[in-house]
Design a protein around this ligand. Sequence first.
Ligand SMILES: Nc1nc2c(ncn2[C@@H]2O[C@H](COP(=O)(O)OP(=O)(O)OP(=O)(O)O)[C@@H](O)[C@H]2O)c(=O)[nH]1
Ligand SMILES: [Mg+2]
Length: 464
Amino acid sequence: MNYLPTICAISTASGQGAIAVIRVSGDEAIAICDAIFVAAKAGKKLKDVPANTIHYGSIYDGATVLDDVLLSVFKAPHSFTGEHAVEIACHGSQYIQQQLLQLLVRKGAVLAQPGEFSKRAFSNGKMDLSQAEAIADLIASSSAASHRIAMQQMRGGFSHELVLLRQDLLTFVSLLELELDFGEEDVEFANREELKALIQKISDKLSHLANSFSLGNAIKNGIPVAIVGETNVGKSTLLNLLLNEEKAIVSDIHGTTRDSIEDTVVINGITFRFIDTAGLRHTTDVIENLGIERTYQKISQAEIVLLVVDAVQDIRAIEQQISKIEPYLFEKKMILVCNKTDLLSASALAALTEIKFPAVQKVVLLSAKHGTNAPQLQDMLMDVANLAAINEQDVIVSNVRHYEALVKALAAVNRVAEGLDNSIPADFLSQDIRECMHYLGEITGAIGTEEILGSIFSRFCIGK
Ligand SMILES: Nc1nc2c(ncn2[C@@H]2O[C@H](COP(=O)(O)OP(=O)(O)OP(=O)(O)O)[C@@H](O)[C@H]2O)c(=O)[nH]1
Ligand SMILES: [Mg+2]
């Protein structure tokens, strides 16, 4: 086994706080801390204390007291990393944190790389790769929904299931390969009907997981909502209203917004990514036309489209705008936002609610300028996003690496299914099964090159 140095890092956010936590992990973690820590109880040494205990005392740099601290002591293998580990809770001054870190380094620890604690936890079998990745997602989660997905994945989510499916495949592949040893004798150890049933089960499971990705990805990065419409209808005013911030320039000059502007906001625990776009109109301005091209791109990338129209116009004109946008929707959900309703009479308002178009899911009568009916629009967004349909137990894939591996595993498993239908020889079947197992193993880390691991863990925070 390779010798790994003892690592240390500040695990709490950088800057000043009430308390900071410095983590030390590795064979020498306890000895290094013993060299700088004097317990309040005379004569107590960390090497003699039981695992999972907390100790009060002072950190000394030579004869100088650096801080009074609480030390949590963990002993291998019962720690996050699976190694000996100490967590030092010190006062949160940046000076103390830096001095303490330098002191640990002088006593023999090295500074941890980003994600190194988690990488060690993975290497020591404390968790599989998808669980380790979920920790990074959990730390980055900024909404209730993305938190839930990360939490579920960290607790094992679908990786336990994948491990079981992989084991079933392994049983079959061994039997198939045994058949090859009896080449000439035409024996069948692997029951083809049972294998077919298993392949069907795996194919269903994998396609279900792969299909959940677009939703998972949207939850993690924000559900993309494009705000589109003609110039001067109030799109940028609406963006600012939704973000509760003066993000985009608003003016009564047509063609004010020339490039798309986007930002995310959490509404009832769901992150939405709102994208304000250049208003659609005929123009000879080259830059504005580039902006308009971009508007169509944004529509194609969106899950939901908010078509903003100026309510102070003939209904016929509004209907024309809906028809113009319709060919670009491709089954995307669209909410019609009739804006500037503050300028309308009650009877004109009533007429707007009559608008019925198959492409239009919902109609909201809004005043972006005054914020009237903004809560209704938010409710509609929640409704249209339809996240309520997700069951607490549903496993949702939100990691693009997992998604790619699932798609490849699915392709391999479907080739096995085809092969079974065409009674192809055992060696071809076993090749495709092994490929499927390979991709399933990539997700959990059962198969992984140093390169993949390096790129995953380098995206972590230092200290995790
Ligand atoms: N009365 C009224 N005026 C509004 C409302 N919303 C926006 N406006 C005004 O309409 C004008 C255009 O608003 P913008 O938000 O810049 O419109 P836009 O759709 O982004 O326009 P472009 O960027 O040119 O495509 C501004 O003068 C706004 O103050 C509203 O609800 N009521
Ligand atoms: Mg604008």
